[in-house]
Design a protein around this ligand. Structure first.
Ligand SMILES: [Zn+2]
Length: 250
């Protein structure tokens, strides 16, 4: 038991270890953080109440937008260091945006590996839960701040899939249903709903959630916005991001 807790402590230190590196070519300091071994690059600075995250490595439009946006704006951007949607995790691969609740993570970890030893899976989930606390502490903004996630879709996923989990929604007939904004704060929703884009409000915790970051934001009372657009629709996603930031500054 003692050995196990020591191993766990060491694993945690490794999990949450901050790596600092110096980009020799640009001379800029690059910081990296990890969520239980899943690496993220941190760009930008601390002088804004807005932070950004890219959590799916294959969503290139969102990556392009975010990397460009953070050069011209204040704030921190957390960008996953992966080119694929699923990332290596323990003895399997997993969708990193399904690891933000125990119930979601358990389901996601069984997706690509069905023959788990029960103890092995339980121990990994305990380790993940502990790593989650410090990762969320790192990425969640200070009180009142905003976390914006950028996503792209290419498999038919659209706003209709979110309506059952939404308290309020505003669907625009001229907008593509695959382009939408999801928010977790009722005040933000009120400011966004009359704009040109599809908007949904999800602010009530659902016990049987899918483990995406939005549910952790709801659980912790964090203002979180997901800007979801079709892959390749860069100018649309840029316009949506500009709209969100302009409206929420008021
Ligand atoms: Zn995504």
């Amino acid at each position: 038991m003692l050995i196990f807790s020591t191993i766990k402590r060491i694993a945690l230190i490794v999990c949450n270890f901050y790596l600092f590196s110096m980009n020799i070519i640009t001379g800029l300091e690059t910081k990296n953080i990890s969520y239980c071994g899943i690496p993220f690059e941190v760009l930008g600075n601390n002088s804004s109440e807005i932070s950004y995250i890219l959590i799916h490595g294959d969503e290139e439009t969102a990556r392009m937008l975010l990397k460009n946006h953070i050069k011209k704006n204040n704030g921190r951007a957390f960008i996953i260091k992966s080119k694929t949607r699923e990332v290596p995790f323990g003895p399997t691969i997993v969708d990193p945006n399904r690891l933000f609740s125990n119930i979601g993570a358990r389901r996601a970890l069984k997706n690509f590996k069905s023959d788990w030893d029960r103890d092995e899976l339980d121990n990994l989930l305990i380790e993940l839960e502990e790593a989650r606390v410090s990762f969320l502490f790192d990425i969640f903004p200070d009180k009142g701040g905003l976390l914006i996630a950028l996503h792209n879709n290419f498999r038919g996923y659209n706003v209709e899939d979110e309506l059952n989990d939404s308290e309020l929604y505003s669907i625009k007939k001229d907008e593509n249903p695959r382009d939408f904004v999801l928010c977790t704060n009722a005040n933000d929703y009120q400011k966004l709903k009359d704009g040109p884009y599809n908007v949904v409000l999800q602010n009530r915790m659902k016990k049987n959630n899918n483990g995406s970051l939005s549910w952790a934001a709801i659980e912790h009372g964090i203002r979180y916005i997901n800007i979801e657009t079709r892959l390749g629709w860069l100018s649309q996603q840029r316009k949506m991001l500009q709209f969100v930031e302009k409206r929420l500054k008021k």
